[in-house]
Design a protein around this ligand. Structure first.
Ligand SMILES: [Fe+2]
Length: 353
Protein backbone atom coordinates (compact mmCIF):
# COMPACT_ATOMS: atom_id res chain seq x y z
CA UNK A 1 0.00 0.00 0.00
CA UNK A 2 1.16 3.54 -0.71
CA UNK A 3 3.12 5.41 1.93
CA UNK A 4 5.42 8.40 1.65
CA UNK A 5 8.45 9.56 3.64
CA UNK A 6 9.84 13.07 3.00
CA UNK A 7 13.55 13.86 3.36
CA UNK A 8 15.54 17.04 2.72
CA UNK A 9 19.33 16.91 2.31
CA UNK A 10 22.20 18.48 0.34
CA UNK A 11 24.51 17.29 -2.46
CA UNK A 12 27.39 19.64 -1.56
CA UNK A 13 30.35 18.55 -3.75
CA UNK A 14 32.79 19.68 -1.02
CA UNK A 15 31.76 16.70 1.09
CA UNK A 16 33.07 14.41 -1.61
CA UNK A 17 36.47 16.10 -1.58
CA UNK A 18 39.22 15.71 1.01
CA UNK A 19 39.08 18.39 3.76
CA UNK A 20 41.96 20.34 2.21
CA UNK A 21 39.79 21.20 -0.83
CA UNK A 22 36.45 21.82 0.86
CA UNK A 23 36.84 25.62 0.63
CA UNK A 24 38.06 25.51 -2.99
CA UNK A 25 34.84 27.31 -4.06
CA UNK A 26 36.06 30.47 -2.33
CA UNK A 27 39.61 30.00 -3.67
CA UNK A 28 38.18 29.84 -7.21
CA UNK A 29 36.06 32.96 -6.67
CA UNK A 30 38.96 34.97 -5.27
CA UNK A 31 41.00 34.13 -8.35
CA UNK A 32 38.40 35.86 -10.52
CA UNK A 33 39.04 39.23 -12.09
CA UNK A 34 35.37 40.06 -11.52
CA UNK A 35 35.83 40.23 -7.74
CA UNK A 36 36.99 43.72 -6.69
CA UNK A 37 40.61 43.58 -5.47
CA UNK A 38 39.75 45.29 -2.17
CA UNK A 39 37.28 42.47 -1.35
CA UNK A 40 39.93 39.78 -1.73
CA UNK A 41 41.43 40.91 1.57
CA UNK A 42 39.94 38.85 4.44
CA UNK A 43 39.83 42.02 6.55
CA UNK A 44 37.05 43.27 4.24
CA UNK A 45 34.86 40.20 4.87
CA UNK A 46 32.02 39.76 7.37
CA UNK A 47 33.37 38.75 10.78
CA UNK A 48 31.71 35.34 10.64
CA UNK A 49 33.56 34.53 7.41
CA UNK A 50 36.86 35.76 8.85
CA UNK A 51 36.39 33.52 11.90
CA UNK A 52 35.57 30.45 9.81
CA UNK A 53 38.47 31.16 7.46
CA UNK A 54 40.83 31.45 10.43
CA UNK A 55 39.49 28.25 11.97
CA UNK A 56 40.19 26.45 8.71
CA UNK A 57 43.91 27.23 8.54
CA UNK A 58 44.56 23.61 9.60
CA UNK A 59 41.40 22.33 7.81
CA UNK A 60 39.72 22.17 11.22
CA UNK A 61 36.57 23.97 10.08
CA UNK A 62 36.31 21.58 7.12
CA UNK A 63 36.54 18.57 9.42
CA UNK A 64 33.82 20.01 11.64
CA UNK A 65 31.62 20.83 8.60
CA UNK A 66 32.05 17.22 7.45
CA UNK A 67 31.18 15.87 10.89
CA UNK A 68 27.87 17.78 10.88
CA UNK A 69 26.99 16.84 7.29
CA UNK A 70 27.85 13.16 7.70
CA UNK A 71 25.77 13.15 10.90
CA UNK A 72 22.83 14.54 8.92
CA UNK A 73 23.20 11.90 6.23
CA UNK A 74 23.47 9.04 8.73
CA UNK A 75 20.24 10.18 10.41
CA UNK A 76 18.50 10.45 7.04
CA UNK A 77 19.75 6.99 6.04
CA UNK A 78 18.51 5.50 9.28
CA UNK A 79 15.03 6.89 8.62
CA UNK A 80 15.19 5.65 5.02
CA UNK A 81 16.18 2.11 6.07
CA UNK A 82 13.49 2.00 8.75
CA UNK A 83 10.91 3.07 6.13
CA UNK A 84 12.21 0.55 3.53
CA UNK A 85 10.90 2.25 0.37
CA UNK A 86 10.19 0.49 -2.93
CA UNK A 87 12.02 3.39 -4.59
CA UNK A 88 13.29 6.88 -3.85
CA UNK A 89 12.49 9.94 -5.94
CA UNK A 90 15.17 12.66 -5.85
CA UNK A 91 14.44 16.26 -6.82
CA UNK A 92 17.76 17.60 -8.09
CA UNK A 93 19.22 20.21 -10.41
CA UNK A 94 21.21 19.81 -13.59
CA UNK A 95 24.30 22.00 -13.73
CA UNK A 96 25.12 21.91 -17.44
CA UNK A 97 25.52 18.13 -17.26
CA UNK A 98 22.69 16.22 -18.93
CA UNK A 99 20.89 19.29 -20.33
CA UNK A 100 22.89 21.80 -22.36
CA UNK A 101 22.46 24.05 -25.40
CA UNK A 102 20.28 21.53 -27.25
CA UNK A 103 17.51 21.43 -24.67
CA UNK A 104 16.65 22.43 -21.11
CA UNK A 105 13.28 21.23 -19.78
CA UNK A 106 11.80 22.82 -16.65
CA UNK A 107 11.07 19.37 -15.23
CA UNK A 108 12.11 15.89 -16.37
CA UNK A 109 11.28 12.51 -14.84
CA UNK A 110 13.91 9.85 -15.53
CA UNK A 111 12.45 6.39 -16.03
CA UNK A 112 15.66 4.34 -16.00
CA UNK A 113 16.54 0.67 -15.76
CA UNK A 114 20.08 1.14 -14.51
CA UNK A 115 22.79 3.72 -15.01
CA UNK A 116 26.57 3.47 -14.71
CA UNK A 117 27.98 6.57 -13.01
CA UNK A 118 31.56 7.80 -12.70
CA UNK A 119 31.21 10.48 -10.03
CA UNK A 120 34.94 10.78 -9.35
CA UNK A 121 35.96 11.32 -12.98
CA UNK A 122 34.62 14.86 -13.20
CA UNK A 123 37.13 17.00 -15.15
CA UNK A 124 38.96 19.41 -12.86
CA UNK A 125 38.04 17.38 -9.78
CA UNK A 126 39.35 13.87 -10.43
CA UNK A 127 42.95 14.79 -9.52
CA UNK A 128 41.88 16.10 -6.08
CA UNK A 129 41.00 12.63 -4.83
CA UNK A 130 37.84 11.91 -2.87
CA UNK A 131 36.68 11.33 0.68
CA UNK A 132 36.72 7.54 0.25
CA UNK A 133 40.07 7.20 -1.51
CA UNK A 134 38.42 5.54 -4.51
CA UNK A 135 39.97 5.50 -7.99
CA UNK A 136 38.89 8.31 -10.32
CA UNK A 137 37.44 5.82 -12.83
CA UNK A 138 35.35 3.92 -10.23
CA UNK A 139 31.95 2.97 -11.69
CA UNK A 140 28.96 3.23 -9.36
CA UNK A 141 25.92 1.32 -10.65
CA UNK A 142 22.57 2.87 -9.73
CA UNK A 143 19.29 1.03 -10.18
CA UNK A 144 16.41 3.01 -11.66
CA UNK A 145 12.68 2.23 -11.62
CA UNK A 146 11.45 2.50 -15.18
CA UNK A 147 7.90 1.43 -14.37
CA UNK A 148 7.43 3.94 -11.57
CA UNK A 149 9.16 6.77 -13.45
CA UNK A 150 7.00 6.25 -16.53
CA UNK A 151 3.83 5.87 -14.46
CA UNK A 152 4.53 9.08 -12.53
CA UNK A 153 5.26 11.10 -15.68
CA UNK A 154 1.96 9.82 -17.16
CA UNK A 155 -0.03 10.80 -14.07
CA UNK A 156 1.47 14.29 -14.05
CA UNK A 157 0.86 14.88 -17.75
CA UNK A 158 -2.74 13.65 -17.47
CA UNK A 159 -3.17 16.09 -14.59
CA UNK A 160 -1.99 19.03 -16.77
CA UNK A 161 1.58 19.10 -15.40
CA UNK A 162 3.46 18.79 -18.68
CA UNK A 163 6.74 17.29 -17.48
CA UNK A 164 9.34 15.84 -19.82
CA UNK A 165 10.51 12.28 -19.37
CA UNK A 166 13.59 10.34 -20.47
CA UNK A 167 14.61 6.68 -20.56
CA UNK A 168 18.34 7.29 -20.46
CA UNK A 169 20.96 9.80 -19.39
CA UNK A 170 22.97 11.64 -21.97
CA UNK A 171 25.56 12.87 -19.46
CA UNK A 172 28.95 11.22 -20.03
CA UNK A 173 29.38 10.50 -16.31
CA UNK A 174 25.92 9.01 -15.77
CA UNK A 175 23.70 10.71 -13.19
CA UNK A 176 24.34 14.45 -12.79
CA UNK A 177 26.02 15.27 -9.48
CA UNK A 178 22.84 16.41 -7.69
CA UNK A 179 21.60 12.82 -7.86
CA UNK A 180 24.74 10.72 -7.59
CA UNK A 181 26.20 12.82 -4.75
CA UNK A 182 22.96 12.37 -2.80
CA UNK A 183 23.20 8.61 -3.22
CA UNK A 184 26.92 8.53 -2.32
CA UNK A 185 26.32 10.66 0.80
CA UNK A 186 23.33 8.58 1.92
CA UNK A 187 25.79 5.68 1.67
CA UNK A 188 28.71 7.56 3.24
CA UNK A 189 29.68 4.40 5.17
CA UNK A 190 29.77 2.41 1.89
CA UNK A 191 27.36 -0.35 2.91
CA UNK A 192 25.59 -0.15 -0.45
CA UNK A 193 22.44 1.63 -1.58
CA UNK A 194 19.75 -0.95 -2.34
CA UNK A 195 16.88 1.36 -3.35
CA UNK A 196 15.91 2.03 -6.98
CA UNK A 197 16.00 5.74 -7.86
CA UNK A 198 13.69 7.97 -9.91
CA UNK A 199 15.68 11.16 -10.58
CA UNK A 200 13.36 14.16 -11.03
CA UNK A 201 15.13 17.07 -12.71
CA UNK A 202 14.18 20.64 -11.81
CA UNK A 203 15.70 23.46 -13.87
CA UNK A 204 16.92 25.35 -10.81
CA UNK A 205 19.67 27.27 -12.58
CA UNK A 206 17.25 28.95 -15.01
CA UNK A 207 18.79 32.18 -16.25
CA UNK A 208 22.28 30.88 -15.33
CA UNK A 209 22.19 27.34 -16.67
CA UNK A 210 23.97 27.94 -19.99
CA UNK A 211 25.27 31.44 -19.18
CA UNK A 212 27.18 30.28 -16.08
CA UNK A 213 27.48 26.63 -17.22
CA UNK A 214 25.39 25.83 -14.13
CA UNK A 215 28.27 26.97 -11.96
CA UNK A 216 30.99 29.60 -12.14
CA UNK A 217 31.60 30.35 -15.82
CA UNK A 218 30.78 33.99 -15.01
CA UNK A 219 33.82 34.05 -12.73
CA UNK A 220 36.30 31.96 -14.66
CA UNK A 221 35.96 33.70 -18.02
CA UNK A 222 34.53 30.56 -19.71
CA UNK A 223 31.14 32.19 -20.27
CA UNK A 224 29.80 35.57 -21.37
CA UNK A 225 29.29 37.36 -18.02
CA UNK A 226 26.37 39.36 -19.47
CA UNK A 227 24.47 36.39 -20.93
CA UNK A 228 21.06 35.56 -19.47
CA UNK A 229 18.98 32.45 -20.26
CA UNK A 230 15.20 32.09 -19.92
CA UNK A 231 14.22 31.52 -16.29
CA UNK A 232 13.56 28.24 -14.54
CA UNK A 233 10.07 27.35 -13.30
CA UNK A 234 8.56 29.73 -10.74
CA UNK A 235 8.63 28.61 -7.10
CA UNK A 236 4.82 28.42 -7.12
CA UNK A 237 4.93 25.98 -10.02
CA UNK A 238 7.56 23.85 -8.26
CA UNK A 239 5.36 23.76 -5.16
CA UNK A 240 2.34 22.65 -7.21
CA UNK A 241 4.31 20.01 -9.11
CA UNK A 242 5.53 18.64 -5.78
CA UNK A 243 1.96 18.50 -4.51
CA UNK A 244 0.83 16.71 -7.69
CA UNK A 245 3.62 14.15 -7.27
CA UNK A 246 2.53 13.45 -3.69
CA UNK A 247 -1.15 13.12 -4.63
CA UNK A 248 -0.32 10.72 -7.48
CA UNK A 249 2.01 8.56 -5.39
CA UNK A 250 -0.49 8.44 -2.52
CA UNK A 251 -2.75 6.52 -4.96
CA UNK A 252 0.05 4.25 -6.19
CA UNK A 253 0.98 0.74 -5.07
CA UNK A 254 4.41 1.91 -3.80
CA UNK A 255 6.17 2.99 -0.63
CA UNK A 256 8.20 5.99 -1.72
CA UNK A 257 10.80 8.28 -0.16
CA UNK A 258 10.62 11.78 -1.67
CA UNK A 259 14.03 13.43 -1.32
CA UNK A 260 14.86 17.08 -2.02
CA UNK A 261 18.58 17.47 -2.54
CA UNK A 262 20.33 20.84 -2.48
CA UNK A 263 22.24 23.31 -0.39
CA UNK A 264 20.40 26.61 -0.06
CA UNK A 265 22.01 29.98 -0.95
CA UNK A 266 25.22 29.48 -2.93
CA UNK A 267 28.11 31.96 -2.65
CA UNK A 268 29.00 31.64 -6.34
CA UNK A 269 25.44 32.69 -7.27
CA UNK A 270 25.15 35.60 -4.82
CA UNK A 271 26.15 38.62 -6.92
CA UNK A 272 25.33 41.16 -4.19
CA UNK A 273 28.11 39.60 -2.08
CA UNK A 274 30.47 39.57 -5.05
CA UNK A 275 30.09 35.76 -4.97
CA UNK A 276 32.29 35.48 -1.87
CA UNK A 277 29.72 34.22 0.66
CA UNK A 278 26.10 33.05 0.54
CA UNK A 279 22.99 34.97 1.63
CA UNK A 280 22.90 33.55 5.14
CA UNK A 281 20.09 35.91 6.23
CA UNK A 282 17.71 34.75 3.49
CA UNK A 283 18.49 31.12 4.29
CA UNK A 284 17.80 31.80 7.97
CA UNK A 285 14.39 33.25 7.01
CA UNK A 286 13.60 30.11 4.96
CA UNK A 287 14.79 27.92 7.83
CA UNK A 288 12.56 29.72 10.33
CA UNK A 289 9.61 29.15 7.97
CA UNK A 290 10.48 25.46 7.75
CA UNK A 291 11.08 24.89 11.46
CA UNK A 292 7.87 26.68 12.41
CA UNK A 293 5.83 24.57 9.96
CA UNK A 294 5.13 27.57 7.70
CA UNK A 295 6.90 26.19 4.64
CA UNK A 296 3.75 26.58 2.50
CA UNK A 297 4.83 30.24 2.26
CA UNK A 298 7.53 29.12 -0.13
CA UNK A 299 4.80 28.88 -2.78
CA UNK A 300 4.74 32.70 -2.81
CA UNK A 301 8.47 33.21 -3.34
CA UNK A 302 9.38 34.85 -6.66
CA UNK A 303 12.12 33.92 -9.12
CA UNK A 304 13.60 37.41 -8.53
CA UNK A 305 13.85 36.75 -4.78
CA UNK A 306 15.36 33.32 -5.36
CA UNK A 307 18.01 34.67 -7.76
CA UNK A 308 18.82 37.70 -5.59
CA UNK A 309 19.52 35.35 -2.67
CA UNK A 310 21.57 32.87 -4.72
CA UNK A 311 19.00 30.26 -3.71
CA UNK A 312 18.49 28.80 -7.19
CA UNK A 313 18.84 25.21 -5.97
CA UNK A 314 16.28 25.81 -3.24
CA UNK A 315 13.61 25.03 -5.86
CA UNK A 316 14.27 21.35 -5.15
CA UNK A 317 13.17 21.93 -1.55
CA UNK A 318 10.13 23.90 -2.76
CA UNK A 319 8.99 20.78 -4.67
CA UNK A 320 9.32 18.76 -1.45
CA UNK A 321 7.46 21.48 0.47
CA UNK A 322 4.53 21.25 -1.97
CA UNK A 323 4.46 17.47 -1.55
CA UNK A 324 4.58 17.62 2.24
CA UNK A 325 1.95 20.38 2.37
CA UNK A 326 -0.38 18.23 0.25
CA UNK A 327 0.09 15.39 2.75
CA UNK A 328 -0.30 17.66 5.81
CA UNK A 329 3.15 16.74 7.12
CA UNK A 330 5.18 18.46 9.83
CA UNK A 331 8.97 18.72 9.57
CA UNK A 332 11.46 17.23 11.98
CA UNK A 333 14.76 19.12 11.75
CA UNK A 334 17.85 16.90 11.86
CA UNK A 335 20.34 19.78 11.56
CA UNK A 336 20.82 23.20 10.03
CA UNK A 337 24.43 23.95 9.16
CA UNK A 338 25.29 27.58 8.43
CA UNK A 339 28.55 28.44 6.70
CA UNK A 340 30.07 31.52 5.15
CA UNK A 341 33.20 29.68 4.04
CA UNK A 342 31.94 26.44 2.51
CA UNK A 343 29.86 28.00 -0.28
CA UNK A 344 26.40 27.34 1.17
CA UNK A 345 24.11 26.65 4.10
CA UNK A 346 22.78 23.10 4.41
CA UNK A 347 19.66 21.69 6.01
CA UNK A 348 18.61 18.15 6.92
CA UNK A 349 14.95 17.43 7.65
CA UNK A 350 12.51 14.53 7.80
CA UNK A 351 8.77 14.48 7.21
CA UNK A 352 7.64 11.18 8.68
CA UNK A 353 4.31 9.50 7.89
FE1 LIG B 1 23.49 21.43 -7.41
Amino acid sequence: MAEILGIGVTHFPGLMMPDAYMSSFLTRTLASERVPAALKDPKAWPEALQREFEANKDNGAAAEHRRRLVGGFRAARQALDAFAPDFVLIWGDDQYENFREDGVPSFCVFALDEVDCRPFARPGRSQLGNAWGLAADTVVKVKGHRTAGGWLAAQLIKGDYDVSYAYRMRHELGLPHAFINTILFLDYDRRGFPYPVVPFHVNCYGSSVIAKRGSSAHLTGEGDPNAIDPPGPNPGRCFDVGAAVARALAQSPWRVALIASSSWSHAFLTAKHHWIYPDVDSDRARFDELASGNFARWRNLTTEQIEDAGQQEFLNWVCLAGAMDALGRKPEIIDYVESYLFNSDKCFALFRP
